[in-house]
Design a binder for this molecule. Structure first.
Ligand code: NAD
Length: 361
């Protein structure tokens, strides 16, 4: 049976890195008879330019009928002055919410070859392997009311709403506990329960759900402390679960622990395991078109796709191993380059992964 992948490269480096991930998938598709078919669509600024909207109906239709979605990144200087409703990011948020991709899994693994690329001391980060689970379809990024209003005194006032219902917290908590069960059985829930009522409810509901998972050790941290602990002693964590905005920020911190944001993949899953897979970084307009972006986060994202949506852990492991082998061969894109390494372009890094796959490691 064929499995359809909606490929949405988006903007900026999105097109460059997705091309490499598709190259890797195509190789494995032929080699392992995976039955994958690819269909391309537009999202973000590219969709706005072609259709006058960052989230065209045909893209939503394509994403709905696909078994999985591969996304590059959206955004760029060109579209920054558009009304917020037409900005590229609206396409991405629309996709996440229409498909109810509420569970965002963001592993942060430090490859031993990249210990020197982290800004933290080797003894702090060596061997790091944590999973951040971010709630993706609720919270302040979606809450209503929102906007900028004019006050009676003539001053403008911006406002957003942080809102979570119990059911939204429960479903992400279940994902987090079940993920912890498959790892080292430790879960830390991150909130700001001392100040925000909404996250006080978050803490209560997570604790309640925790009673169903007595084999998982649950702890709670306030987000400011969690940010500090991630930099002070990140290896104390196994799985972290948190709200949309806190997860956005904490996972970027964990990106730096691993050396580069260009190394971090993600999966965004619905209740049935259908998913959208994308690197955690953005469209990097500062380096777009230069052929120097790191494609490994996107390549590792398709490994997550094979594991989580297509249940092909064997194929996923081949990709992860091939990334390891490519790094062992000392090829590095600029973001992870250090002295003595061979600096390579985006496509050459993709080729290195394919060579490693061919070597059959
Ligand atoms: P960014 O992640 O695009 O870039 C941050 C920094 O990391 C830049 O210096 C960039 O060059 C570098 N970088 C990112 N990915 C890299 C890679 N694969 N290889 C090498 N270096 C890489 O974040 P930003 O600069 O804050 O945002 C740029 C645009 O991306 C904005 O329009 C923003 O809204 C959008 N954005 C999109 C997504 C998404 O599509 N999921 C996520 C974040 C930001």
């Amino acid at each position: 049976m064929t499995k359809k992948i909606a490929v949405l490269p988006g903007d900026g480096i999105g097109t460059e890195i997705v091309a490499e991930a598709v190259k890797v998938l195509e190789y494995l598709n032929a080699d392992m008879d995976l039955g994958l078919v690819f269909e391309y669509g537009l999202i973000g600024g590219a969709a706005y330019d072609a259709h006058g909207t960052p989230f065209p109906d045909q893209t939503l239709a394509l994403a709905k009928q696909a078994d999985a979605i591969l996304l590059g990144a959206v955004g760029g200087y060109k579209w920054e002055s558009l009304d917020i409703s037409m900005r590229p990011e609206k396409g991405l948020l629309g996709l996440r919410s229409h498909l109810q991709l509420f569970a965002n899994l963001r592993p942060a693994i430090l490859y031993p070859q990249l210990v020197a690329a982290s800004t933290l001391k080797p003894e702090i980060v060596a061997g790091l392997d944590i999973m951040i689970i971010r709630e993706l379809t609720g919270g302040i990024y979606f809450g209503q009311p929102r906007g900028v209003r004019l006050l009676d005194n003539g001053e403008k006032q911006g406002y957003n709403t942080l809102v979570y219902s119990e059911s939204e917290i429960r479903r992400i908590a279940h994902v987090a506990f079940q993920t912890a069960q498959k790892r080292n059985r430790r879960l830390c829930s991150v909130d700001k329960a001392n100040v925000l009522e909404c996250t006080e409810l978050w803490r209560q509901v997570v604790a309640e759900i925790g009673k169903q998972y007595p084999d998982v050790e649950l702890s709670h941290l306030y987000v400011d402390n969690a940010a500090m602990q991630l930099v002070r002693a990140p290896k104390q964590f196994d799985v972290l679960v948190t709200s949309n905005m806190f997860g956005d920020i904490l996972s970027d911190i964990s990106a730096m622990l691993t050396g580069s944001i260009g190394m971090l993949p993600s999966a965004s899953l619905d209740a049935n395991g259908k998913g959208m897979y994308e690197p955690i970084h953005g469209s990097a307009p500062d380096i777009a078109g230069k052929g120097i972006a790191n494609p490994l986060a996107t390549i590792l994202s398709v490994a997550m796709m094979l594991r989580y949506t297509f249940n092909r852990a064997d194929a996923a492991e081949r990709i992860e191993q091939a990334v390891n082998t490519a790094l062992d061969a000392n090829v590095r894109t600029a973001d992870i380059y250090s002295e003595g390494m061979q600096k390579v372009s985006t496509p050459v890094m993709g080729d290195a992964v394919i060579s490693a796959l061919k070597e059959g490691v």
